[in-house]
Design a protein around this ligand. Sequence first.
Ligand code: GLA
Ligand code: ZN
Length: 685
Amino acid sequence: MWKDKRPILFGGDYNPDQWDDAVIEEDMRLFEQAGVNLLVLPVFSWAKLEPEEGRYEFAWLDHILNKIWEHGIHVFLATPTSAQPAWLSKKYDDVLPVDIAGRKRTHGMRVFFCVNSVHYRERARALAEAMAERYRDFPGLAGWHVANEYGTYCYCENCQRKFRDWLRRRYGTVEELNSRWHTSFWGRTVYDFDEVMVPDERNDDYRFAPAVQLDYMRFVTDSTIECYENEAEVLKAATPHLPVFTNISGFIKKLNQFEMVPHMDYAGWDNYPAPTDEPAFPAFKHGIMRAARDGAPFLVAEQSPNQQNWQPYNKLKRPGEIRRIAYQGLAHGADSSLFFQMRQSVAGQEKFHGAFIAHCGANSRIFREACALGQELHKLGDAFTGSRIHARTAIVFDWENWWALELTSGPTQDMDYLKQVFRYYRAFYAQNIPVDIVKTSTDLSGYDLVLTPLLYMIKPGFAEKLRTFVEKGGTAAATYMSGRADENDRCIFGAYPGPLRDVFGVWVEETDALYPEESVELVMMGTESGFPEKRYEGRFLCDLFHTDTAEVAAVYGKSFADGKEQDCFYTGMPAFSVNAFGEGRAYYIGCEPDDRFLARFIARICREKGITPLFPVEGEIELTCRENENGRFVFAISHGKETGKVHLDGDGACPGKRYFDLLREKEVSGTYVIAGGDVAVLKEL
Ligand code: GLA
Ligand code: ZN
């Protein structure tokens, strides 16, 4: 096992139970050639490890693990509990889930069990115990990977019972439940917890009641945490010195990862950007994952070395693309670059999914790119693992707010919290200003600038925290759809943004939804510096708000539909304002402004706080900086075709001037020229 610090983990999911010895031998040779230092297995082998209840067959796994270790490769041992064997589904009625339509599902799918099933949990724990017992001293063991991409929503009778117990614990009395769920609306009063139903499709009232849905999502998250802990506890007890985690699907919405991940030693997530995603989008998701453990390094647990099979159009990765994707993860705080999968399978649903070794064998462009990446990562070793990113700006992202905003009926069908928050993230990203995604529970005192886009749900304590932050000199910015509801989705009377009204110095009277083809002008009053153009464009939703103490910085101007002017009764009303509060400032943005406005706005509020980009650049270059006991590491990734420049000697947030280029092994300073599509890791000297 690695004695001190771990190098960047490089390798990925390996399913050797599909292969004979000759293939495994060949794989070992190729993995060594590629510089692989970690394999994750056996993710889906429960059926093979426990062919009948209580009878374990570990010999085949021993054999493979020994072979792997003979080649000096470490493993994350996976409890294969995301795909239960047929005998388990058949023998115990509580194992298979009941779906939202109320249908009891049949066996045959992975991640397809009720997380509250007593028998599933019993057998999963027993298997985890048997594995821990057998492999706790295996020298190549580097950590445990529990199950795979949790995310099943079940609506069975057992879940219903447990949901009622969960509510009893949360609310104590039915009176409290009635008040929190505001059941007097539509006469849904509950007289006994036993009358609460799961919000499946047989029950439209519950299915569309946001308060019920919200609690069900919280309940499923808690149940999944219990299900994870059921195994993790056993593994942790056997090997307290080793990390335990599960990999998180890139479609992260349905489980609250900010609740789940703190139970793990790593946030490990599966990064599968769509070919059409702009590079800022995976960067944003890395930021969310980094936030889950308050800035600690995370893992990229899966990414594809080439195409997917499940996207509508499965594009090949372009030459150099895997390298950029891998470095982007590292640049944003990952300590690994792990892939799904090492060898393409012969058959099955994913037979056309990319792999290090594809059906054509290792004489391939992709394998050569994997080898080149492996060699580079080997060279980087453990220099920056464990390092963190330091940002003075933060964007608040709240999982339950995500659920609540999108569960709400109105004001628009196009609500997409992730996408909306991303626009604010991208404005920082485009200017290479480090920004942290933070939770509502994060201590804000270390930041100078905090944005809370669409923070509709204000949880207890948050308003006070933001108020103190601004009072003490911080700059805050909020948008339309802010401060509307409490954690049970009960709206706040006394005008939005509710408890933040005094901080922003505004109150919202109404909100207009725009059709996708509609826009409204934002006309600057000329009071705010940094907005050279007088007119910008707003879309999506328009808050009609009034100022108490805030100064109006822009008003709504003309309204257009498909570029044609139309009547607008709120022309001249405030659209954007700034409030001096305590020693700080609080901005309110009444509608969704265009990118031009956002770029100006972010630059303006950063400048005011003395926050600058890491370095001045020319060209499409993404910059980040990680820091550990070895010093500062600057990552530069070119996403353009043209040659770009990083002015290391320019004025920026990164004070260093002389660097060592770790990949090219030479000292650099002044203007660093980076070829189109290339990457660099520079260590400050
Ligand atoms: C997910 C799963 C993997 C595999 C990949 C394919 O992330 O965890 O087992 O199915 O997708 O992209
Ligand atoms: Zn269930």
